[in-house]
Design a protein around this ligand. Structure first.
Ligand code: ADP
Ligand code: MG
Length: 623
């Protein structure tokens, strides 16, 4: 018989086994929260819960430390300490070259071309760094809840693409956590504010300026009765932002200003880190007061540095202007105006800057709403979403949006967009396509993500072949391509040929999470696509159209040959064989065909063939 154990611990609200926590995995700071029956709370030490700086130090002896200690020691151990790793999450080394300078450790090309850090002879990927932060949060949560934590809802900036979301999932897995849902940060913030507050429909703008990312989201909160679902409904109308803009930029700009005034301050590499760290202290201290002095230990000794409110405002002005441009973009995408925004919600530590609050208030024409702590609101909202997933909060229903348009490649390398950016999730869309060649029995579907018009400028998500189409003339098969995006943003693409009911489909796995072989294949394919330049497309198009022309001219000529002048027939047949030879050559190797000469031959045939077509039509009418 097990003995009951007498407990001296403070009574705890009951926590189910296998709870789902909410995690704000921030660029600068990370938090974990849990939604108790009494409401959400940030877990961990202190009255407001633990804020864990997203700073990881990889000691040479293999020990890894996370949070406050490595953050404080960051300047002294710059070459072993990674901060703001989230800026590089799921991105290639090539894409992120511009941010590389911002890190105190070298940014190198990691496995599969992704950006990674070189630390003490090791290559550490950003998601491995994030995994260390998540492991720390898991420890914090388990200590607070007194039970094992295996599942979490994790937030990401609204502008994160599939690869970045997948990197976040992978980080969770490395930390022993299943990411049951990935939620946009502004949506989570809205969830935190929405609890039990909505009596009427409201349109809200969430302005989130953190350490490394900026997001603005326009969303509607529709009370249960109005939505007809009996549950409060959060509908995101539009998002805009910048994955490379935040308080870190303010700190660096302030440090730059000091160095410009006295270049001797940055005599050594690690001086820069010390100055950036001092700049942040000065910035935070300026929340109240007109000027501040801070000390920074640089290699030339301890220096006192000054910063005034006016200087800080000047440094912030261009960054704030960029955020307001994104606000205008989001309003435009949501087809709304500032006048229709009922409430502006401030999220992120950088919204504590007075100049940010003032600029946001001016832009929206109303005082921003900041009842909840901007540092904690995302984590609290994530825990509310966790409670919804766990089934504990059926009174809330979450709709989210697709951050980038999705479509397929069509003939000639153009893009047909099926699902537009900012469509709510889950989403479905379908469109009819056909073949471009007679007797074509298979069609390749190339799934793309992005806003550009040409496939080669979009991100390739994958390809698949629809095979077994019965041979039919070009343009006759009816190929229906359907997109379905589930609540987690996983995209399924299905193609069906309606006459024969042959079908093929793909579940899009973002290139980031693929096996080495798959990544190699997709990389090779995307390289091949890039090389298939416009000349090639033109030759291919010319061949497709010429073959149809030859077929129709041949049919007309067979019917009315005797009614035509023999010298015209001879000219026509010469022009036909000229075009046919070029088509055959293009079929063997399109690179061997010169498109201008091909086009001239095709046009000559077009002109000559008018007579045979007219004669054939007249013949048909006579019968
Ligand atoms: P993230 O979401 O990127 O992790 P946070 O929301 O935690 O970021 O915000 C961190 C940023 O907020 C940092 O750049 C920090 O310097 C800044 N910050 C925190 N407190 C203040 C303050 N009082 N005044 C100005 N900036 C602040
Ligand atoms: Mg944040």
């Amino acid at each position: 018989m097990p003995e009951p154990i007498a407990s001296t611990e403070r009574p705890r609200a009951p926590v189910p086994t296998d709870p789902i926590v909410g995690i704000d995995l921030g660029t600068t700071n990370s938090l974990v929260a849990y939604c108790f029956d009494s409401g959400p709370r940030v877990l961990g030490g202190g009255s407001g819960g633990a804020i864990v700086p997203s700073v990881v130090r990889f000691h040479p002896d293999g020990i890894v430390t996370v949070g406050d200690a490595p953050r404080r020691a960051r300047a002294a151990f710059a070459s072993e300490t990674v901060a703001s790793a989230k800026r590089l999450m799921g991105r290639s080394a090539r894409e992120t070259a511009e941010f590389a300078r911002g890190f105190s450790v070298p940014v190198v090309e990691g496995p599969r071309g992704i950006a990674a850090f070189a630390i003490a002879g090791r290559t550490v990927t950003p998601h491995e760094v994030a995994a260390e932060v998540l492991r720390e949060l898991r420890t914090v949560a388990e200590a607070d809840l007194g039970t094992q934590v295996r599942r979490a809802v994790i937030t990401v900036p609204a502008y994160f693409d599939d690869a970045q979301r997948q990197a976040t999932r992978d980080a969770a897995r490395l930390a022993g956590l299943e990411a049951v849902r990935i939620v946009n940060e502004p949506t989570a913030a809205a969830l935190a504010y929405g609890i039990g507050q909505t009596r009427r429909a409201e349109r809200i703008a969430v302005y989130d300026l953190g350490g490394g990312t900026f997001d603005v989201t326009v969303l509607d909160i529709v009370p249960g009765e109005d939505a007809g679902t009996g549950a409060d409904c959060f509908q995101v109308l539009a998002t805009a932002g910048d994955t490379a803009l935040g308080g870190d930029d303010v700190d660096r700009a302030v440090a730059r200003r000091w160095i410009e005034a006295d270049p001797a301050l940055a005599a050594a590499d690690h001086d820069r880190a010390a100055l950036v760290e001092a700049a942040e202290r000065a910035k935070v201290a300026l929340s109240d007061g007109a000027s501040v002095r801070v000390e920074a230990g640089v290699s030339a000794g301890v220096r006192t540095l000054a910063l005034t409110r006016a200087e800080l405002d000047a440094v912030c002005a261009p960054l704030v202007a960029r955020t307001l441009e994104a606000c205008a973009r989001a309003l435009r995408d949501a087809q709304t105006t500032v006048a229709e925004i009922d409430r502006v919600v401030l999220v992120g530590g950088s919204t504590r800057l007075a100049c940010v609050r003032e600029a946001v208030a001016r832009f929206f024409g109303k005082e921003p709403y900041a009842a909840l702590d901007p540092d904690r609101v995302v984590a609290l909202g994530a825990s509310v979403q966790a409670a919804i997933v766990a089934g504990g909060r059926r009174d809330l229903l979450l709709l989210d949006v697709i951050p980038l348009s999705l479509g397929i490649e069509t003939v000639g390398g153009a893009v047909a967009k099926l699902v537009m950016r900012n469509s709510p999730m889950p989403a479905r869309a379908h469109e009819r396509f056909s073949t471009s060649k007679d007797g074509q029995t298979s069609v390749r579907i190339h799934v793309l993500q992005g806003e550009r018009e040409l496939a080669e400028h979009c991100r390739s998500l994958g390809t698949f072949d629809l095979r077994g189409i019965p041979p039919m003339p070009a343009g006759i098969p009816q190929i229906e391509v359907a997109f379905a995006i589930d609540q987690n943003g996983v995209l399924s693409v299905t193609a069906v040929e309606r006459r024969s009911a042959c079908e093929a489909s793909i579940q899009v796995v973002p290139s980031y999470g693929l096996t080495q072989e798959e990544v190699d294949r997709i990389e090779r394919e995307s390289l091949e696509n890039a090389r298939a330049d416009m000349t090639l497309h033109r030759v291919i198009d010319l061949r497709v159209h010429s073959e149809l022309d030859l077929k129709w001219i041949g049919e007309a000529l067979a019917r009315v040959r005797t009614a035509l002048d023999p010298s015209y027939v001879a000219d026509l047949e010469r022009a036909m064989s000229d075009v046919r030879e070029r088509c055959d050559a293009a079929a063997r190797d399109p690179r061997s065909v010169e498109p201008d000469a091909f086009n001239a031959a095709k046009q000559a045939l077009d002109r000559l063939s008018m007579k045979v077509h007219e004669t054939a039509i007249a013949d048909t009418l006579r019968r």
